[in-house]
Each structure stands twice: as structure tokens, then as C-alpha cells.
Design a protein around this ligand. Sequence first.
Ligand code: UDP
Length: 412
Amino acid sequence: MQGIQDYAGIAGTDVIDQLRQLAEPLRGMKVVHVNSTRVGGGVAEILAKLVPLMNDLGIETHWEVITGNADFYQCTKHFHNALQGDSVEIPASLLRNFEEINRQNAEQLRPALEDADIVFIHDPQPAPLLSMMPERKGRWIWRCHIDVSRPHRPVWKYLRPFLTGYDASIWSLPDFAQSLPHPQYIIPPSIDPLSDKNVELPASEVEEVYSRFDIDPQRPLLTQVSRYDRFKDPVGVIRAYRLSKDFAPGLQLVLAGGSATDDPEGEAVLDEVHAAANGDPDVKILLLPSDAHRTINALQRASDIVMQKSTKEGFGLTVTEALWKGKPVIGGNTGGIRLQVINHHTGFLVSTPEGAALRTRYLLNHREVLESMGQKARTFVRDNFLLTRHLREYLTLMVILRNDHADRVELS
Ligand code: UDP
């Protein structure tokens, strides 16, 4: 496990010194993060790295995961889909169960949460916990990771009363902020450059994935890494691949996904993906275990182009991961992808499979552009989306909360 000092090589010693300075007034505080899955998806990916580093900086930080029954995850998946714009009607029985499961989790977590100085609640799943902690002594922050630029209003209306009591909320980009009676902060997520997912790999480890997944290293490779979720549009990726293949006959496609324990729709989407691929031997549909970080790392490095054709995206860590590996990303023109794919610089923004196919063909035919975009992509991530920047913004927010949102705080 890395300590904060290990990041000096990539981020610079001044960045590490600044983190230590920011953490100083927070030393000894108790912080708890709460979400709904320990593996699968971007939130778990971030917390697995952020929590140990906060501890290393002297802030006692815990990560709690709420658990629920099948109806609970069905309900929270409906929330996810509705907040990202789907018109979903959620049966009242599922909502009552959602509240009851939160009550049960509140009983389990009460000692830790009532005692904490700062609690970060991630996404809607555990949002009601605040209303069940009348004795809380700390500050509570709701951290939204979802693309809520155009939420389905009835579902937002149901969730909003659970959020109004928070002391602050955090969003990945300004487009997502909503009318709420507390200060709102914009903090985009980040990747850990030293994690198995992102660390440099020996060439042999990259080459090994070619043989493991029967990929021809002599032919171009397009990859999308994502949970099997309709907002990630894996079927659209297959269509884009097909359209590109007319002009790049050797093209191969990898769709690499796994399942998150709090996502009940993955299987159905995977079936749709298999149907769309229709047995094409150049389309590899992979269902990877949740700890396959080095495999994903190697697949991203083995790719010529990485695609993230989402139609809604809170942030898209998979985009950051690919850019960091010097790969241009062809990404859906939506949400957090827009923060990362700077059109014509770090990749291309697209709205349709046809657009994605045009950009794929262009990059495959202009290798020098592909290479130079890849270099810009890596620099862009280094300057904006590494864990150290993310940590600095979280620490700053904690200092602000500790000082009652004072405009000016002196650090010693
Ligand atoms: N991921 C993974 N295995 C998979 C699919 C995704 O480890 O089979 C990781 C991926 O590398 C990324 C995270 O899960 O770190 C997904 O985060 P993102 O923000 O892209 O999407 P989310 O799943 O949170 O919507």
C-alpha cells in the first residue's frame, strides 16, 4: 500500500508538502465515507485509494458500505437511471423498502456515524442516513457521482428532502449542481497513478493479454472498459466498430466489463451485447473479476484507441485511465467526459455510433495524430486528474467546514 510520500515522484515534493500542510489542522479528526459497494464502479475505485492516503496524513478515516436486499438495489438502480434522465416510475413499495433498509443500516453504523467529525455520503443509496442520525455531532457532505444534469423530476423531488439537511454537497461538474440550501462544491474525481490499474507495466504483461484473449497484435484494437450498463452504450460501440470495419478490415474490438454488487441490470445488458456482436470473432466480450486491475491496465495499453461512448456519464474514470496511458479517447459528448476529452486535442467527442466510426477511421489512418493526441492526453491527466489534486480539494473542503465556511483560513 502506498503512502503519501510515494507520490512525490509523479506530483512533485511541493504538492506533497502542501497536502501535509492542509492535513495538519485536521489531524486526529474522525472521517467516515459511506457508499453501497466495495467493488465495481468508480466510487469504490476512488475510495480504495483515497481512504488509506487520508489515514497516512493523520486523519482517522473509515470506509463503510451499506448493504441491502434485491429490492433495495433495484430501487437504487432506478434512482441512478432516473437521475441520469430516464423517465422511471418507482413503485411506492420499493421506496418504502429503500427507507427501511437505510434504517437498518443506520442502526448498524450509528456509533461510527454519530461520533464522526466529517461524514461523506456517496450517491443516493445511503442518502437517508443523515435524517436517521438526530444525535450526529459532525458535518455531513453529500457527494454525488452521477450525471444529474437533467434528472427525472419526480425522482429528484422524492430524494431532495433527504439531501437538504446536509452541510454541503460535492458535484463533479457545475452542470450537475442542483437547487439545495447549502454550499455546493465542484470536485472532479481522479485516478491513482501508482495503483495496479494505472502503473506502468512491463511489455511482457501487455503482450500476455493478446494471447490470453486471442487478440492479434498485428491488427488495430479498439477497447471500451465499462460495467454493462445502458448509459455506457456498449451496443453503440459495437455499431461504431462495424461501421469502422468497412474501412479498416482488420479492426478488433474488446468490450471489457465486470459487474458491481449494487448493479442488478448488468446481466440483461450483457445479453443485449452478445446479441449485437452476433458471434463476430473479432469482438471480444469480457466479463472480468472485480480485482482484474492489471488486466484492464494491460488491455488499455494494448489498445490503439479507447472508446467511452456513454450517453450519460458522471465522470468516467475509464476515460482518465486511458488518457493517462497515452491513448486518445473517443468519448460520448456528455457529462464528465467533456471535462476530459478536449475535442481534437486529447480525443474526439461524439454523439452517435456514426460519429464514433468516423473518428476511429480518422485516427487509424493518421497515426501521427493518434500519437500526438496520446501525449497531450497524458499531460492533461497529470495536470488535472491525479489523486493528489483530488485529495487537496477534499482536504481544503474539510478545512473550510471546520472553519464554518469562513472566506479566509490561515494555515500554519
Ligand atoms: N472497472 C473495472 N472492471 C470492469 C469495469 C470497470 O475495474 O470490468 C473499473 C474501471 O477501470 C474504472 C471504474 O471501474 O476504474 C469505473 O468507473 P467509471 O467512472 O468509468 O464508471 P462507473 O462504473 O462508476 O459508472
